[in-house]
Ligand binder design. Sequence first.
Ligand SMILES: O=C(O)CCC(=O)C(=O)O
Ligand SMILES: [Fe+2]
Length: 353
Amino acid sequence: MPTAKYFKQVPPFPSGLPLAPLQKLSLKKLQDADEQESASLFRAAREWGFCLIDLQSSAQGESLLQLAEKMFDLTTKTFALDYDELLRHAYNPPHDLTGYKRKGVLKTDDGKVDCMELYTVNQDDIVGNKPARSNAEPIEANRATIKQFIEQSHGVVDVVALQLERQLGLQPGAISSLSPLHEASDTSIRLLHAQPQSAKHREFITLGGHTDIDTITLLFNVVGGMQILPMGEERTGDKWLYVQPAPGHVIINFGDTLVEWTGGLLRTSLHRVVAAPGPQSSVIRRSVAYLQRPRASASMRRLVGGRIPLIQEAEDDWGDVPVDDWAASRVRQIILGQLKPETRGGTARRVQV
Ligand SMILES: O=C(O)CCC(=O)C(=O)O
Ligand SMILES: [Fe+2]
């Protein structure tokens, strides 16, 4: 999340809401390979598939925080463009999610449609792995900043991955080497934007329940509204728990790909965005995400080694299916309603809250 400066510009997150009891870990301690912090990260990845990481008191973290603020400013500028101009950069699902997604095109669990605008920028485009695309003007004008944001985000994901590798008993780099910065992948930056909610829209789901398809997501938000569904609960019920944004922290979210690679040791959790709570619903809600995907040539095959369970004969394995084919078929199945994303992998909470 950006620093306190951005939090002071919006009404406070209200008290008394049901909160997800997510761990707050320290980037500095993870960089120092602190034994306890590393074990806590692994527990969070297994029990919730989510945690918060304090980026302060680490030079790398502070640098990412400053860049995240610039990305919030970029979000403001991008969604201030004329609607027609945004539509000129419309995305083209399921194969190409780059560009602008208008609100109202995704079904939500309450039988309505989403009200979140997205603008997706491709890592390959910005770092030069592929020929440059033509993006909306504010994106083009800020290529250098976006590149720095990507580099710092990639670095922080590597710190997290190294501790996961250690806890899983894998060689250092077993996970991170599958997502190198300078090889083609579907890694992206997503800018998200939701209008203030009028009183009659307060019950609306802004972005429906989903799991992230990627390996690891870094998510920055200031205004609340994101919720996680605890394991075993019904998505249509009222058991969703809010994630309270914290200044100086980033939300980490483990995605479907890591669950496949680890044979279900790690967890991917259903999450969604609803109208911002209480007085926060009167302001625009912005978020910024870095969604890391493996290099295009990687496969969905389960990793071998350490604590990762061996594939049993009766079990399905993705074998050599390339990550992008797997992801595209998953997106297609979700759009057609043949597949409902669900919380998968990991373990039940040890402590009831
Ligand atoms: O805006 C948010 O807080 C969550 C966004 C999200 O889950 C996503 O972009 O995948
Ligand atoms: Fe998500």
